[in-house]
Ligand binder design. Structure first.
Ligand code: IPM
Ligand code: MG
Length: 350
């Protein structure tokens, strides 16, 4: 059985996952690694962004680590063959419904944030994004021609009680091991799905998690509060679309989008899917400029959540911290290190 399947993908994906491979070989040489094409490169080679074979390999691994997918060269590919469609299919097939996106400000990076140091210093906030439902998956969805000219596009936001409850449960459980506070973000003021979301979270809270502090927050206000006073948050649970957007905002608080890892988890025991939340960054792809820390920290999360290696995860986390303390910075953090050199810095700290 493969321990970790690497899906380097497109753009900067291969560069950053190469650093994960180096770290894994140094830190956990006993883990078995495997690799498959995924995303645009798989589409170019096999005609689909995710082959059945790659999907089977992902489902049978203990953890999957993805780099990034997509790029302008696939903008005109049929929508169901686009790299992003491959990623959504992978998430859906692996049934990884809870996406943990930690926004953690490393002490040495407090000045790299676009917010004032005092607002972000010590920030440790976890977004739990619902990942396999909502408007990214809802049917119907289409673009149609209108008789009088022009077109009409439809996407469907849809959630069931069960989908909301299982992701909210993850948020409450996480909060209990942290500062015991959950914000649930939706738009119950204008959306029925938001109304159901609020009711289900409230019911679950009353039934099973009354010891956890729960606050409901409208998603637009959440966006404002994230940039105004992010340290008020401990765990925020939200839907697929809002979670996508709010986690990019939260990432920037930490200094750079290049710092944020994520873990997508399903039911206990099923393989997790780990991904840096940054995209494929086509503008810097292939130039050895990308920050590999989000990918390396995604591996750290895989060690912790899927591979049963918390001590190795702690060591890796400490090594990243130490590398940053020593002044190691890629360009996104205002430094001049290449991707490889940042990998070197982490290896040296290890
Ligand atoms: C993310 C990304 C993806 C998403 C894209 C690449 C499909 O933005 O993981 O946040 O929208 O989920
Ligand atoms: Mg996103």
């Amino acid at each position: 059985m493969t321990d970790l399947l690497l899906l380097p993908g497109d753009g900067i994906g291969p560069e950053v996952t190469r650093q994960v491979r180096r770290v894994a070989e140094a830190l956990t040489p006993d883990l078995t690694l495997d690799e498959r094409l995924f995303g645009g490169i798989s589409y170019d080679t096999h005609g689909v962004p995710l082959t059945d074979e790659a999907l089977a390999a992902a489902k049978s691994a203990r953890a999957v680590l993805m780099g990034a997918v997509g790029g302008p060269q696939w903008a005109d590919a049929p929508r169901d063959k686009r790299p992003e469609a491959g990623l959504l299919k992978l998430r859906a097939e692996m049934q990884v419904f809870a996406n943990l996106r930690p926004a953690l400000c490393f002490q040495p990076l407090a000045d790299a944030s676009s917010l004032k140091r005092e607002l972000v210093e010590g920030l440790d906030f976890m977004i739990v994004r619902e990942l396999t439902g909502g408007i990214y998956f809802g049917e119907p969805r289409y673009i149609e021609d209108l008789p009088g000219g022009g077109q009409r596009a439809v996407d469907t936001q849809v959630y069931t009680t069960a989908e909301i409850e299982r992701v909210a449960r993850v948020a409450f459980e996480l909060a209990r091991g942290r500062r015991n506070k959950v914000h649930s973000a939706e738009k119950s003021n204008v959306m029925d799905s938001g109304l159901l979301w609020r009711r289900v979270v409230t019911d679950l809270h009353q039934r099973e998690y009354a010891d956890v502090q729960l606050e409901h927050i409208l998603a637009d206000n959440a966006a404002m509060q994230i940039v105004k006073n992010p340290k008020q948050f401990d765990v925020m649970v939200t839907d697929n679309l809002f979670g996508d957007i709010l986690s990019d905002a939260a990432a920037q608080l930490t200094g750079s989008l290049g710092m944020l890892p994520s873990a997508a988890l399903g039911v206990a025991g099923a393989p997790g899917l780990y991904e840096p939340i940054h995209g494929s960054a086509p503008d810097i792809a292939g130039q050895n400029l990308a920050n590999p820390l989000a990918a390396i920290l995604s591996f750290e999360m895989a060690l912790r959540w899927s591979l049963g290696r918390p001590a190795d995860a702690d060591r890796l986390f400490a090594a990243v911290e130490k590398a940053l303390e020593s002044g190691a910075r890629t360009r996104d953090l205002g430094g001049a290190l290449t991707t490889d050199q940042m990998g070197d810095a982490v290896l040296k700290a290890l």
